[in-house]
Write a protein that binds this ligand. Structure first.
Ligand code: F6R
Length: 366
């Protein structure tokens, strides 16, 4: 049942090219010019009536929501707030009939997410679920549903569900921008053309798995690790940090590059591994100055960037490259080495990868 893989998590990491392809199928027009979300079937007027978007979810799905905020705000220019479901449901939120409430849940059964969905609906919001399980409680409760076609995810640590959530949400952002006229046709076509390539590019990442294994062996016994990023890379850094924590039990923190000076820098000392994400060109210079800051404290920096970035190599101790993709697709690729790093760090430490201590796959109680 593990298809020759030692763990479900590894199998599911390797299933990502197929999961991404299945999630894209039928949702992009043949000429790569339009998103077709038949299950939504929205008209321009449906989008014009949305004042703001609320995204709620838990854990990894929440991290997908953080990336979606960038996607939607950049491509459709609609304000997005993202909240942890267990916070949203108890904060007397400002949600109304002009809010589109999006909930993200792999299982479709997470109790806090379901409760947040019910609360948003009670306040009059239109609701949309992004879920992986057909017929799940959340899919039945929401007004409309977008399915991620990742297939069953068995390992507790979410991998292919996350990447397919990003794909589905990027498509949604393009769809919104196409309906409200905020996204120009050429950028739309470029994003959709790149999305088509994503499964193949994702496959290429597996060719550098030996390097990732070596990093995991070298740094897997450290007690702390830091992930740094800016803009979308920051959201992906949070997901990389969660993966490492939950399966390898290494204490990890994700920091927005600009926040280093406001506290974390005090924790950086000789030999501490820092994984610096650098896939976003518009914040690149700023990111490199953050890398210099941690290097000056003798951290070991692993730079995660785009293939061919010879400049990055000059700043960091080691590099992991993912294939070149546009700024929206690149983070979907960048998370894959982080999943592998977490996996091999857990193996190095002899942890139970598929069933980390104290955690359950589906959290149906508060
Ligand atoms: C982390 C992980 C959890 C889930 C969270 C939400 O790897 O799997 O953080 O993402 O419990 O679960 P779903 O998406 O089923 O609502």
């Amino acid at each position: 049942e593990k298809g020759g893989f030692e763990h479900f998590m590894l199998k599911e990491i390797y299933e990502q090219p197929k999961a991404i392809r299945d999630t894209l199928t039928g949702r992009i027009s043949k000429d790569n010019k339009e998103v077709i979300y038949e299950e939504l079937g929205w008209e321009p007027a449906d989008v014009a009536s949305i004042d703001r978007i609320l995204i709620t979810a838990c854990g990894t799905a929440y991290h997908a929501g953080l990336v979606a905020k960038y996607y939607i705000e950049q491509l459709a220019r609609i304000p997005v707030e993202v909240d942890i479901a267990s916070e949203y449901r108890y904060r007397n939120p400002l949600t109304d009939k002009n809010t589109l409430a999006i909930v993200i849940s792999q299982s479709g059964e997470t109790s806090d997410t379901l409760a947040a969905l019910k609360e948003a609906k009670r306040l009059g919001a239109r609701s949309l679920a992004v879920t992986n399980v057909v017929g799940s409680s959340i899919s039945r409760e929401a007004d409309q549903v977008i399915y991620t076609w990742a297939g069953p995810e068995i390992a507790v640590a979410s991998t292919k569900a996350y990447t397919t959530q990003l794909v589905a949400l990027l498509l949604l952002a393009v769809y919104l921008g196409q309906l409200n006229g905020k996204l120009d046709a050429s950028l739309r076509e470029q994003i959709l053309t790149d999305l088509h390539e994503l499964p193949n590019l994702c496959n290429e990442i597996f060719e550098s798995v030996d390097d990732i294994k070596a990093f995991a062996r070298n740094y897997g016994f450290r007690e702390d690790a830091f992930f740094l990023g800016r803009s979308i890379d920051y959201a992906v850094a949070m997901e990389g940090s969660l993966k490492l924590k939950e399966i390898s039990y290494i204490h990890a923190e994700a920091y927005a590059g600009g926040e280093l000076k406001h506290g974390t820098l005090a924790l950086i000392e000789e030999g501490v591994p820092v994984i610096a994400l650098a896939t976003q060109d518009d914040v690149r210079e700023k990111m490199m100055s953050n890398v210099k800051e941690v290097k000056a404290r003798d951290a070991v920096v692993i730079g995660l960037g785009l293939a061919g970035d010879t400049e990055l190599e000059k700043y960091v101790d080691h590099t992991i490259f993912v294939p070149r993709a546009d700024k929206y697709a690149a983070p979907i690729l960048a998370v894959v080495p982080l999943q592998l790093l977490a996996y091999y760090a857990a193996i190095t430490r002899g942890a139970d990868v598929d069933k980390p201590r104290n955690l359950a796959k589906s959290v149906t109680v508060e």
